[in-house]
Write a protein that binds this ligand. Structure first.
Ligand SMILES: Nc1ncnc2c1ncn2[C@@H]1O[C@H](COP(=O)(O)OP(=O)(O)OP(=O)(O)O)[C@@H](O)[C@H]1O
Length: 284
């Protein structure tokens, strides 16, 4: 159970009915301290459960441990205490079930766009070259870059590079997406367009679930509410979960993000989350 910074019990998120795909249980993380160096308590007793097909946004001030939590699910960082599991198996290293997308597109400048998209396939499967190319073409078409497969990343706009990075993240068809501010550095209009396109790839006709399990770090409350089924608010020093808010906006949303932004439900949630974050700052 999570509580707000004021000590109130937060609304119970919709996690009970479905088995968790991602779970962090009583997780604490302290960096450093080796050889008498300074230690940083990055996370303290974090608990989070994410069921299959749920999109969870993590928001919070810089330094509250969002990336650290994501890195644990990616198998890049081990908790100091507690357990991090995927499909109830302890995470011991990077897994084929997950795909990680960073804030910077991370495209390799010396590889053409399609070769960048194929990167994940090269590492993971025994597909032939032709099969890899066919998969990357299909993904590039889905993200609107069909005509750009042969160019180098420097020849693309920032938004197009992020699209290519999305294609690379999805091409392996992972069950789980771990995303660290993937649209953080885009201008407002491009961001909204990419958010809609991204949702369109994940939302399924006639279902209120997205097709993948997503843990998505963002500083942008609008983005968190527009995309997610739950918004988890974290506070810093030490990083901890302060609130877990369900977002009861129906799906599919991809076609009406602008309308959603001006809806009373969106505005109410935005105000609640804003207050929680501000309140948290006041408690430091
Ligand atoms: N490798 C590391 N060694 C030591 N301290 C670290 C390391 N990585 C992160 N930290 C510290 O742990 C805390 C949490 O960092 P983390 O990057 O997880 O937070 P964040 O919420 O993702 O921040 P931001 O929003 O700025 O990306 C911070 O105080 C940070 O300085």
């Amino acid at each position: 159970m999570t509580t707000s910074v004021t000590g109130e019990v937060a609304p119970k998120a919709r996690t009970e009915a479905r088995e968790s795909v991602l779970a962090a249980r009583n997780v604490s993380l302290t960096y450093g301290g080796l050889g008498g160096g300074r230690t940083v308590e990055a996370l303290r007793e974090v608990n989070i459960e994410v069921p299959k097909g749920q999109f969870v946004a993590l928001v919070g001030a810089s330094g509250c441990g969002k990336t650290s939590l994501l890195n644990m699910f990616a198998g890049l960082v081990e908790p100091t205490e507690g357990e991090v599991v995927i499909d109830e198996q302890p995470v011991r290293g990077p897994s084929n079930k997950t795909s990680y997308m960073f804030a910077r597109d991370g495209l390799l400048p010396w590889r053409r766009v399609h070769k960048n998209v194929e990167l994940g396939l090269e590492a993971r499967t025994s597909l032939s070259r032709a099969e890899r190319l066919a998969s990357s073409r299909k993904m590039l078409e889905l993200v609107g870059l069909a005509d750009f497969e042969k160019v180098y990343p420097r020849q693309l706009s920032h938004g197009m590079r992020q699209r290519a990075a999305i294609a690379r993240t999805l091409v392996t068809d992972p069950d789980i997406l771990l995303m660290d501010e993937p649209f953080g550095a885009l201008d407002a209009q491009t961001k909204l367009r990419l958010q809609a396109e991204f949702l369109d790839l994940l939302e399924q006709e006639g279902s209120d679930r997205v097709s993948k399990t997503v843990l998505f770090v963002t500083h942008d409350l609008n983005e968190a509410i527009l995309l997610a089924d739950r918004v988890v608010v974290m506070l810093p020093r030490p990083g901890r979960i302060a609130s877990d808010q369900p977002v009861d906006l129906p799906r599919p949303r991809s076609g009406n993000l602008k309308e959603i932004i001006f809806s009373p439900e969106f505005q109410r949630l935005h105000r609640d989350l804003f207050d929680l974050l501000q309140e948290g700052e006041g408690h430091e």
